[in-house]
Design a protein around this ligand. Structure first.
Ligand code: PLP
Length: 435
């Protein structure tokens, strides 16, 4: 209660903003993920790794736009490229422009893709990737991971963080079917359970177009694949002529220079990219082997979008590519590793029932002693302490992502000193919890 009182006392202007916004925007926000209790903090501006809220407080941003702000807020190179496009190039032609080919070539090389197309959002990329897989295989059903989130496309809204009472026994999770999804066309499997997936594909493989998954689940804090799991998924897909779509919307450049697939050595048929590649502008992509992407060439699938590959966003994409060198990303990862070591020491010292998990420049503290391998393990972690940790941070000028599903991000703008602030945050929280 003390922390809640402190929160409301220091966020009066955010509260007023929320009241005003709620009259015109459902829940007072422009995306339901931006809403949290009792009300979200309203941000006036941002630079580098820091936010300024409407109450005039400086907050260390460890959420960084759900990972989209990997290069830091108002990254000078991004600003320069975008400004040049705005002043000298133009913002939208709806006819081809060399800059979109140039960025596509950069991604071809960087992510090892034969062909790709640009979109505006992860949701769109996932929708088109599923469509491409359906067009290529002539099959309708897909497989997704229990609890996994892939944006707002109907088919992928099945089993997004379902309530425990709705998911059925572990050996037969119930795919709750919302909206416009035909029953039986979405199968749900637990992450890290290869025998389960193999049984599913043996039974239904003939009807299944694709398995869709994040290579590392970054919508349940961070859940890493068991040794050999992703290679097993690849093999199981191949055995049944099922495509593998790896959703790298969240992992992407935050997992390393060429994303999580390359870091972990698994080759998908299609990948989806968004967030970190755009430097804060709305850029996403889907792409893969030319054999599969041929469906767009020969008309088995059409892919449209007025704003696709527009020169403004392409300018930002080029800047992000330029700035996110192997060395720059390694530098941020090294800062993350040192912060994680210090956090592990705090966890040991205070014997906290928690552990750290990380991938590349992202990390999280998971409030459980045993490793979390899937959605059900995740639901068994201590949500109350995690929520307190968020509130504790906001009250001390550290904005970690709200809720448990996200992870912190060490952007190219964060310093070791900034991350020491996070370590101090956990040390003081641990002291308070032990007191
Ligand atoms: N896929 C994953 C793994 C995501 O985390 C998200 C968004 O958080 C999406 C897809 C949807 O992306 P967007 O919000 O750009 O539509």
């Amino acid at each position: 209660q003390q922390e809640w009182d402190r929160f409301t006392a220091s966020t009066g202007a955010s509260h007023d903003e929320y009241q005003r916004a709620s009259k015109v925007l459902p829940l007072g926000v422009t995306s339901s993920f931006q809403h949290w209790d009792p009300y979200p903090i309203s941000i006036a501006s941002a630079r580098g790794a820091w936010l300024t809220d409407v109450d005039g407080r400086k907050l260390l941003d460890l959420s960084m736009g759900f990972g989209a702000m990997l290069v830091g807020h108002l990254n000078p190179t991004v600003v320069e490229h975008v400004e040049h496009a705005l002043r000298e190039v133009g913002t939208l032609f709806v006819t081809p422009s060399p800059v979109s080919t140039e960025v596509a070539e950069l991604y071809q090389e960087r992510f090892g893709l034969d062909m790709l197309r640009f979109t505006q959002s992860g949701t769109e990329s996932l929708m088109y990737a599923v469509r491409a897989a359906r067009a290529y295989t002539g099959r309708k059903a897909i497989v997704k991971i229990e609890g996994g989130y892939h944006g707002g496309y109907d088919a992928l809204q099945v089993s997004v963080k379902p309530a425990l009472e709705d998911i059925g026994p572990a050996e037969a999770p119930i795919p709750e079917v919302p909206f416009d999804v035909e029953a039986g066309t979405v199968h749900v499997v637990p992450y890290n359970d290869l025998p389960y997936l193999e049984r599913m594909l043996s039974e239904h493989g003939r009807d299944i177009a694709a398995v869709v998954m994040e290579p590392v689940i970054e919508n349940l804090a961070i859940v890493l694949p068991d040794e050999g799991y992703l290679a097993g998924v690849r093999q199981a897909c191949d055995a049944h002529g099922v495509l593998l779509i790896l959703d790298e919307v969240k992992t992407g450049l935050t997992a390393g220079y060429a994303g999580a697939s390359q870091r972990l050595g698994v080759k998908p048929d299609l990948i989806t990219l968004a967030k970190s590649i755009g430097g804060g502008l709305p850029l996403a992509a889907f792409g893969g082997t030319s054999e599969v992407m041929e469906v767009v060439v020969d008309g088995r699938m059409a892919h449209f979008g007025t704003y696709n590959g527009n020169p403004l966003v392409m300018a930002a994409a080029k800047a992000v590519h330029e700035v996110c060198t192997r060395e720059a990303l390694q530098g941020a990862e090294d800062i993350n590793v040192r912060a994680l070591e210090a956090l592990d020491a705090v966890i040991d010292e205070f014997e906290l029932p928690a552990h750290t998990v990380s991938l590349g420049v992202k990390g999280c503290v998971t409030w459980a002693t045993a490793p979390v391998r899937n959605y059900r393990d995740y639901k068994a972690t201590d949500f109350a302490v995690a929520e307190l940790s968020w509130l504790w941070g906001v009250n001390r000028q550290i904005l970690t992502p709200p809720g448990l599903d996200e992870q912190w991000l060490v952007s190219l703008a964060h310093t070791q000193d900034d991350m020491d602030g996070l370590v101090t945050h956990y040390r003081e929280l641990a002291q308070a919890l032990r007191a």
